[in-house]
Every structure is written in structure tokens, then in C-alpha cells.
Design a binder for this molecule. Structure first.
Ligand SMILES: CC(C)(COP(=O)(O)OP(=O)(O)OC[C@H]1O[C@@H](n2cnc3c(N)ncnc32)[C@H](O)[C@@H]1OP(=O)(O)O)[C@@H](O)C(=O)NCCC(=O)NCCS
Length: 166
């Protein structure tokens, strides 16, 4: 990683930068169906530690990327229902985003390694989804050890489901 780029947990005072980053990502998507619209209920819990853990990549003070671990069934329930996993500690990695100018520097990979290593709840199984054509997302997940399990349709959009055991 370049010298001035670092990754840390996001806190409530990072919310304005996260909102701005999300707007930039949503307005520059290569394909709109690579990014599921954020439900209000999920958005309202982005800084609720019992539900979400967001990390961010910074270039000095500027937020240039983010990724999250979701611990709540509202987030991972539908994905997990396709996998028929036995009851265990599960979290979904999602909302991976990197500003266009910073892509291809493995920031998604580095942020997800950060989240997987913190593993604050001793999660057994991590799930993730990606559109089958979202090559950078898929490559990065596979590099982190995620293995494709199935393809399904979520909110009318195709998604590969990935699983990684802790
Ligand atoms: C998806 C996203 C977060 C990836 O961020 P990133 O930091 O560029 O990803 P990484 O650098 O960790 O990994 C990208 C990998 O895909 C590879 N890649 C990218 N495009 C590729 C292509 N067309 N063919 C082959 N490999 C490709 C890169 O070389 C890299 O592989 P490497 O680690 O072996 O070098 C970023 O593109 C983004 O914000 N997209 C818009 C939002 C989005 O789609 N989010 C995902 C929701 S599931």
C-alpha cells in the first residue's frame, strides 16, 4: 500500500465523508446492477456496532474507499437462506467501494483483510455477494479466500454467493 494510504475503523464523525463517498460511487457505477440500493434500515445502522462494522481507506485525511461487515440477519439473511448453513456465527462482507482513481491497488482486498482479521464477534462463516460480471469484486473476494457457492437473484439482480470459513 502506498505510504500515505491507511485503513482504520470508521466512527460516527466519518459519516459525512462516507455519505459523500457513497454518492460518488453510486454516480459512477460501471453498471447500475452491480450495486444494490441501500435500504434505509441498513443505512440507519451503519454506525451501530451491534449491526455493522465499517472500515475505510484514507489518503491522508480523505476517505477513498470503504467496506463493511454486517452482523445482522436483515443484511445476510436472504443470502444465507440459499446456503442452508447450520446455525453458526455468520456475517456478510459488503458495501465494498473504492473511488475510481484508486482502483486496481488492492484496496478492496486490504480493507476486507482488515475486517476479517478484526473478526470482533468470532464469526465462523463469512458470506459475500457480487454480480457475476463484476470481475474486480470477484477477483478480490477470491483472493481473500471466498469460494463461490451459487448464483441467485436478489432484488431482481443476479448475484454470485461466496463463502469463507474463518
Ligand atoms: C469493486 C471495487 C470495490 C474493487 O476495488 P479495487 O480496490 O479496485 O479492487 P482490488 O484492487 O482489491 O481487486 C481488483 C482485482 O481485480 C482485477 N481486475 C480488475 N478488472 C479486471 C478485468 N477486467 N479482468 C481481470 N482482472 C481484473 C485487478 O487486477 C485486481 O486483481 P489483483 O489483486 O490480482 O491485482 C471497485 O471497483 C468499486 O468500487 N466498484 C464500484 C462499486 C462495486 O461494484 N462494489 C462491489 C459491490 S459487490
Amino acid at each position: 500500500m502506498e505510504n500515505n494510504i491507511f485503513i482504520r475503523k470508521l466512527a460516527l464523525n466519518d459519516k459525512p465523508q462516507l455519505d459523500d463517498l457513497i454518492k460518488k460511487i453510486e454516480s459512477s457505477l460501471p453498471h447500475h446492477d452491480w450495486w444494490l440500493p441501500i435500504p434505509q434500515e441498513a443505512y440507519d445502522h451503519f454506525f451501530d456496532e451491534s449491526w455493522t462494522l465499517f472500515c475505510g481507506a484514507f489518503d491522508k485525511e480523505k476517505l477513498i474507499g470503504a467496506s463493511a461487515l454486517f452482523f445482522n440477519e436483515f443484511e445476510y439473511g436472504k443470502t444465507v437462506s440459499y446456503l442452508h448453513l447450520p446455525a453458526q456465527k455468520i456475517a456478510e462482507i459488503g458495501r465494498c467501494m473504492v473511488l475510481p482513481d484508486y482502483r486496481g491497488k488492492q484496496l478492496m482486498f486490504q480493507m476486507n483483510e482488515f475486517l476479517l482479521n478484526i473478526n470482533p464477534r468470532k464469526i465462523d462463516s463469512f458470506v459475500a455477494t457480487a454480480h457475476p460480471d463484476n470481475i474486480s469484486s470477484i477477483k478480490s473476494l477470491e483472493k481473500s479466500g471466498f469460494i463461490k457457492q451459487a448464483t441467485f437473484v436478489k432484488f431482481d439482480m443476479k448475484r454470485n454467493i461466496y463463502l469463507k470459513k474463518a
